[in-house]
Design a protein around this ligand. Structure first.
Ligand SMILES: C[S@@+](CC[C@H](N)C(=O)[O-])C[C@H]1O[C@@H](n2cnc3c(N)ncnc32)[C@H](O)[C@@H]1O
Length: 223
């Protein structure tokens, strides 16, 4: 992507945000748990770092998920960044990348190939913008079945707010290993998955979500 194309992509995503929240802008910001990965995320609309409840409500009606780095994404990104050996020689597929935080962490930590698969074209555009800004290579796709055929490791953070996505958990097992991060489903029990660490993180920028959504659980399939 040329510099001109990056600027155009940035402006297009920002215009999309401004249609939802007048005055909104994209700002490069590193979420607290992952200083290595500054991302283009929703910038401060007014002074503080928290969105007021009106803005939060407007955003949640047609959510530009990609403009936030979700608590689960931060936890899973950190988990990968701390385990580069796990990624060596591996093709990683991140499902529901949003901003791309987990896919970018996999690329940063040395995965051989990284695919990001999202149903939202704006999210794929955001992943591309963030990847170019960080000088990392991430391939974009909306074809989950094709991606699953080549994945050694599937990752997914905060996609179970949509309960229809629970059906994906069995499909992910076509890959030898899966790591999920979730704070939305209490006591998730999915065949083949075991509970891992539980960690706290805050969605960035801070949506002032209920504290229960700051508690992220990792789930593992395979070894
Ligand atoms: C809450 S965001 C999480 C983004 C990122 N993983 C993070 O933790 O910051 C959920 C993302 O999953 C995507 N998504 C939801 N259902 C999906 C599906 N069935 N297949 C692919 N992407 C999906 C949404 O479009 C959105 O980008």
């Amino acid at each position: 992507m040329s510099d001109g194309q990056v600027t155009e992509r940035h402006q297009k995503l920002q215009r999309h945000l401004q249609a939802l929240v007048p005055g909104a802008c994209l700002q490069a910001q590193a979420p607290p748990g992952i200083p290595e990965l500054p991302l283009w995320l929703l910038g401060d609309i007014r002074s503080g770092t928290r969105l007021d409840s009106d803005c939060a409500a407007a955003l949640m009606e047609t959510p530009p998920y990609w403009s936030f780095c979700w608590a689960s994404g931060q936890v899973l990104a950190r988990w990968l960044l701390d385990r580069p050996a796990l990624l060596q020689g591996k093709t990683v597929l991140d499902v529901g990348p949003g901003s791309g935080v987990v896919a970018l962490a996999a690329a940063y930590a040395g995965a051989t190939r990284v695919l990001a698969c999202d149903i939202d074209p704006q999210a794929l555009a955001a992943v591309q913008l963030n990847a170019v800004s960080l000088g990392l290579a991430v391939e974009l796709s909306d074809d989950l079945d094709a991606c699953l055929k080549v994945a050694d490791l599937v990752t997914a953070a905060d996609i179970l707010y949509d309960r229809d996505n629970l059906a994906l958990l069995a499909r992910f097992q076509r890959a030898p290993r899966v790591v999920l991060a979730d704070s939305r489903v209490r006591n998730l029990s999915a065949p083949g998955y075991r509970r891992g660490d539980v960690m706290d993180a805050v969605t960035w920028p801070d949506l002032d979500e209920s504290r229960e959504f700051n508690r992220v659980t990792l789930y593992h399939y395979g070894s």
